[in-house]
Every structure is written in structure tokens, then in C-alpha cells.
Design a protein around this ligand. Sequence first.
Ligand code: GLU
Length: 312
Amino acid sequence: MQRTTRLAPSPTGALHLGNARTFLINWALARQNNWQIVLRIEDLDSPRVKPWAKQQAVDDLQWLQMDWDTNAGLQLDDLTPYKQAMSMLREKHLIYPCRCTRKEVVEAQSAPHIDDHELCYPGTCRPVDFSTICEDQPDAAWRVVTQDQPISYTDAFAGEQSHNVSQQVGNFVIATKAGLPAYQLAVVVDDARQGVTDIVRGDDLLRSASRQLWLYQCLELTPLPTYWHLPLVLGPDGRRLAKRHGDTRLSYYREMGTSAEKIIGLIATWSGVHSTRVPMSAMEFKERFDITKLSHDPVTFTDEDDQWLTNN
Ligand code: GLU
């Protein structure tokens, strides 16, 4: 069977060094193993999408010497596949409209949630009878029914996983109040129709994988993909790399005259490829990269790393 992966940047901002590491490892794994690579720009998160960021993501990936075999284009260009998935879920009585606000969900929670970003939906709008739900629901999000049992799978990098979606987030949103497919649904529909077998991404999305596997099951999609969740790059303070750590955008370094080889060389020291920082091409990175030598610990971007990149 032909294996296929995807590079799926979200144009909600500029790609930074942490994104670059994940993409480069994804690309190297694909090219080492003859997987096809699909480029997919995930532009559904409308309020957060920046028009300039779509082309910039492509430019950044190309600047870092990555390539791909097919370009899946933009998600917003054709919403039909997501609508078809919604219809199927509706017919199976697996989804229902919800007009709760975030505040209402917070107030309805019986216990404080461990993760402050993700709320566990208590099922407020879940109907007793799904057969009377009409399709047209202005200003409503749609939630999918979940099961109170663990979903287990083996992550090719992170190992055995078992997550109970009902207990983590409850019936989660698959279409937004704006009438667009939510990330969890869009990613499953796209990965399935684009033949993606191997999903390589940051482990900030590890908890999403079980939600996505649940949707594969609801939509009767096979085969299930193999996940490779990789540790993230952190700032010197141990928090996920972000604006607070200064400018780590690829476009910033590019404009400053830092070579792509330097960025790749730094990523090589972060990926068990080289012990010291030396400029390196993507091709050389691919030749030397060994996933079995990749640390399971997060990487820290240090001030010395930054100085090395900016001293031309
Ligand atoms: N577009 C998502 C991101 O940039 C990636 C989604 C995924 O890999 O499933 O975070």
C-alpha cells in the first residue's frame, strides 16, 4: 500500500522554529520511506486566518528545501466533503446542535477541569430524541456524541495511548457557530479523502488524536492512520515556543539574512542528527536523520541558539 503523509500548516500566523522542526522531521521521514507528501493549507479557522500567511507558509517550507508531491489546495475552496460527512453523522443520529456559550459550559461543569484550555461539555443541549432535529440551525454549533470508554491505539513515536474522550472533553464540536467544519472534523475528512496514512505532528495535538479516531469510527472510514506525535520546542522558560520568547519566525531569520542551512543545522542538533551546530542542507538532514535516535523529551530553544542564527 502506498503510504502518504501531509504537511498541514495553519495560516493563522507565521511558522516559527518549532513548526519548522516538526515539518522537517515529517518531510525527512516521508522521503526516507517513499511516502507521498500532500501539502494542505488548513484555512478553516476563519477569524484567526491571516491572508498573507498562506503564501508565506509555502515560501517558508520551500526556503527550508522541503518539497511535496501534491497540493491539496485550500479547505475553504470546497466545503462539500465536510457537508457530506455532517449529513452522514446526522443520519446516524450522532450529532446535535448546541448554542451554549463558553461561559455557560464553564458554569455547568461539575468539577474544575485539569486542563484550563479545554472544557468538558456536560451535554446540556443533547436531545433525548435525535430524529426530530432539523438540518437548518442558524447560529448553532454541532456536537458529536461520544462514548464513555477509552480509545486505545499505538502512536508510532509516543507509544501506547488510551484516552476517554467523554471524560476529557465530552461531546465535542465538529461544526462551528459560523457554519464551518471545526478542525476535528475537517482534519479527519481531509486525511481520509487524501489517502493520508501517516500523521506526523506536534504532541500538543496528542489529545486530539482519540477524538479524531472516534470520528473515523463514526464515519466508517478505513484504514485508520498511524500517528507520530513529536515533542515540541520550548522557550528557555520551559513554555511552548511563542511570541513571548522573541521573534522566532522563519520569515524573520530569512529577512535578517540567516541561511536556511543554519536553521536546518540547528534543527539537526535538536533531533539527534548532529551534536554541534553546523549548517546543513535538508537533503543531508534527511540522509542522517534517524527517528529511533529522536529524544522523547521536549527541545529547548536557548539564547545561544538564537545568537548562532543571528550572527551572520
Ligand atoms: N494545521 C494544524 C497546525 O498547524 C495541524 C493539524 C494536524 O496536523 O492535524 O497546528
